[in-house]
Design a binder for this molecule. Structure first.
Ligand SMILES: [Zn+2]
Length: 257
């Protein structure tokens, strides 16, 4: 380990130790070591499924069977994946009361599997099916992924109140779809409380995650970035810990003690 990284790790750890509200903002980079390639990387999902063709609400409304192929591929990628040492380090930080929440853009549920109790999933998750037409939700088991779109059961009950969609989809946010109001409310709650934001494995260029590092800084908080390469966050981060999350995070958490 070079001296700069070692010094920055120590100072970042000291910051986490002395602050009351530490929150992690995570993205695809934290789950790569769990076998989930970043959708946008060269071996990611978007090389097979053009997101503007498959991952939009309009596409699901008009061609649910076609979009289901993408959901099936996501499901195949996530099935059986387990938390890696980066997820486990964040869970350890929460147990030590040095991490108050995880805000994630990931839909893989690995933070909860690692043991984190307060996880805000900005883009939803794959543990339930939801109807874009009426908000109906039902839990479902990843190991029993439906082979084709499932019609919304509310269609028969509330045909008048039902808009557009006729089928349930995994409860993840597609392009062109609004975040759930409760998620936005919780996001704003944490945004105003954060003393230290730990940005892990994300270039944070999708709203609302994109605005968070800047707002934390404007409100007097600090930002620590862990990423393999420079991002827009690097320019305003107080400490940038360059490297893979599964290597760097355990080292940081060990120093927090
Ligand atoms: Zn419905």
């Amino acid at each position: 380990m070079n001296n700069n990284l070692s010094n920055d790790l120590s100072q970042a750890a000291a910051l986490l130790k002395q602050s009351d509200c530490n929150v992690a903002l995570t993205g695809a980079g934290i789950s790569v070591a769990s076998g989930i390639p970043d959708f946008r990387s060269s071996d990611g999902l978007w090389t097979i499924f053009d997101p503007m063709e498959y991952a939009t609400l309009a596409a699901f409304l008009h061609q649910p069977e076609k979009v289901w192929q993408m959901f099936q591929a996501v499901h195949n990628t996530l099935l059986g994946c387990k938390p890696n040492s980066a997820h486990l380090a964040l869970a350890q930080l929460e147990v030590a009361k040095r991490l108050q929440a995880v805000i994630t853009q990931n839909i893989d549920g690995l933070h909860q599997l690692a043991g984190n109790g307060t996880v805000l999933e900005l883009h939803g998750n794959t543990q339930s099916l939801a109807c874009p037409g009426c908000g109906y939700r039902q839990p479902f088991d990843l190991s029993q992924f439906p082979p084709a779109p499932v019609p919304c059961p509310q269609l028969a009950v509330l045909p008048q109140d039902h808009q557009q969609a006729q089928y349930l989809k995994p409860d993840v946010i597609l392009f062109g779809e609004d975040l759930q109001p409760e998620i936005i409310r919780q996001f704003w709650y944490w945004q105003n409380k954060i003393d230290v934001l730990l940005v892990v494995g994300t270039s944070a260029d999708v709203y609302p995650a994109a605005s968070l590092p800047r707002i934390v800084k404007e409100l007097g908080g600090k930002v620590i970035e862990i990423n393999v390469q420079p991002t827009a966050v690097s320019a305003l981060a107080d400490y940038t810990l360059r490297g893979r999350a599964e290597i760097i995070l355990p080292q940081l958490v060990e120093k927090v003690g």
